[in-house]
Design a protein around this ligand. Structure first.
Ligand SMILES: Nc1ncnc2c1ncn2[C@@H]1O[C@H](COP(=O)(O)OP(=O)(O)OP(=O)(O)O)[C@@H](O)[C@H]1O
Ligand SMILES: [Mg+2]
Length: 346
C-alpha cells in the first residue's frame, strides 16, 4: 500500500468532436500526499482544467477517458466507480454524471473551486442557500448549526455576514470567487481542486485569501491541486509542481526543483515569461510560436516546433519520461544533457 491520498496514473482524457478527437490530456501521472499542495501550471489550453476535473469526473459530456486511466483516491479508483463499463466504448470509459457513489465524494471528500466562479452559482437561489444545500447533502445539521458554519466560512474569506442572504448578482466578481472558496471549505474535504482560485481578485486580497487557505490546509491537513497560470502563486503555496504542455505533463518535481533545477525547455520558457519571484527587474520573454492544435498534435515531442534546443529526433519520436533525480521527471529526449544548463526562475 502506498501512503498517497491521490494517485493519478496513465490519465488520458480525449474529447470527441464532430470529425475526430481532441487529445486534451495524454498519459498524465502524479501523486499527492495528505496535506500536500501541487501546483499545476502551463499555458492556456494545455489541459489543466481537464486534468483537475478528471479527478472528480466533472468533465463535459463529450469527454472520454482511456480505459487504463486511474484516479485512485484514498484507496478507491474513482474512474471505476464514476464511469460506465469500458467495453461499450472501444478502449474508452464514459462518465456517468449522475453516479450516486461519485456524488458522495464531491464536496465532502474532494471539493472544487471552479475556474470562472462568476458563473458557478445558480442565479435563482441566495448564495447562503446554495452553500447550505451543499452542506446538508452530506451532514445532518440544524439550521442554526449550518448558519454558524456559513458565518464562520464567510468570516474566513472576508465577506460580511449580512451578505449571506444575497443573490449571486448582488455580489461583485471577487466576492463570488470568495464565496466559492468558502463553499469549497464547507465540509472539511481531504482534497481541494482549485482552478485559478484567485484570478479575479486584486493582489492584496489574493495574498490574504491564499494565506487563509494555506492556514486551513495546515490545520486540517487538506491536500490541494492548485491550477494556475501564475507561477509566483505556486512558488508561494506549493511544495510540488507539475508543468503541462499541450496535454502532456512535461516536468514534475518539488517546486524548488522546478524553479532551481529546471530540466525541461518548456519549463524554462514558461518561467522566463514570468516576472522574477524575488521581484528583480528582468526582461520578460514571451514564448515564440503557439501551442499545437490538440486535434492534430505533432507526432514527436509536442513542444519541439517551438523548442530552441530541438534536434531531428524531437520532431520524430515522442520523448520518454526521464528521471533526473528521485521524483524529479522530465519528458525530454535531452533532459539529462540540458539539466544544469537551463535557467529557471531564480
Ligand atoms: N468539451 C470540449 N470539447 C472539445 N474540446 C475541449 C472541450 N473542453 C476543452 N477542450 C479542449 O481541450 C484542451 C484542454 O482544455 P482545458 O480547459 O483543460 O485547458 P486549460 O489548461 O484549463 O486552459 P485555460 O488555462 O485556458 O483554462 C483545449 O484544447 C480545449 O480547447
Ligand atoms: Mg482551465
Amino acid at each position: 500500500m502506498d501512503d498517497n491520498l491521490l494517485t493519478v496514473k496513465n490519465l488520458s482524457v480525449h474529447y470527441k468532436i464532430r470529425n475526430g478527437w481532441v487529445y486534451a490530456v495524454d498519459d498524465v501521472n502524479f501523486t499527492l500526499k495528505r496535506g500536500e499542495t501541487m501546483g499545476l501550471v502551463g499555458e492556456s489550453g494545455c489541459g489543466k482544467t481537464t486534468t483537475g476535473y478528471a479527478v472528480t469526473q466533472l468533465l463535459a459530456d463529450n469527454a472520454y477517458l482511456k480505459s487504463n486511466s486511474k484516479v485512485v483516491f484514498d484507496g478507491t479508483d474513482l474512474i471505476k466507480i464514476g464511469t460506465y463499463p469500458s467495453k461499450q466504448y472501444k478502449g474508452y470509459r464514459k462518465i456517468d454524471e449522475y453516479n450516486p457513489k461519485m456524488r458522495s465524494y464531491r464536496w465532502k471528500r474532494i471539493s472544487m473551486i471552479f475556474q470562472g466562479a462568476m458563473n458557478a452559482f445558480n442565479p435563482v437561489y441566495t448564495v447562503g442557500d446554495q452553500i447550505k444545500e451543499a452542506i446538508l447533502q452530506h451532514e445532518e445539521l440544524t439550521d442554526e448549526e449550518v448558519r454558524k458554519r456559513i458565518e464562520m466560512l464567510f468570516d474566513l474569506v472576508g465577506i460580511p455576514k449580512d451578505r449571506i442572504d444575497n443573490y449571486p448578482h448582488e455580489y461583485s466578481g471577487g466576492m463570488k470567487q470568495r464565496a466559492m472558496i468558502a463553499m469549497s471549505l464547507a465540509l472539511s474535504p481531504d482534497l481541494i481542486i482549485a482552478d485559478e482560485p484567485t484570478t479575479a481578485l486584486d493582489v492584496v486580497t489574493q495574498d490574504r485569501i491564499l494565506g487563509k487557505i494555506s492556514e486551513l490546509q495546515r490545520r486540517e491537513n487538506v491536500a490541494m491541486i492548485l491550477i494556475t497560470h501564475d507561477v509566483s502563486v505556486v512558488a508561494e503555496m506549493a511544495e510540488k509542481m507539475a508543468v503541462m504542455y499541450a496535454g502532456h505533463l512535461v516536468e514534475k518535481g518539488t517546486a524548488r526543483e522546478i524553479f532551481k533545477e529546471t530540466a525541461h525547455p518548456y519549463t524554462e520558457a514558461l518561467l522566463k515569461a514570468f516576472p522574477s519571484i524575488k521581484g528583480e527587474k528582468k526582461r520578460l520573454r514571451s514564448i515564440p510560436g503557439s501551442p499545437p492544435d490538440l486535434a492534430n498534435p505533432p507526432k514527436g515531442c509536442r513542444f519541439a516546433p517551438r523548442c530552441p534546443y530541438a534536434k531531428d529526433i524531437c520532431l520524430e519520436k515522442e520523448p520518454p519520461v526521464v528521471e533526473i533525480s528521485p521524483g524529479h521527471l522530465s519528458k525530454c529526449h535531452f533532459a539529462e544533457e540540458l539539466y544544469g544548463e537551463l535557467s529557471g526562475g531564480e
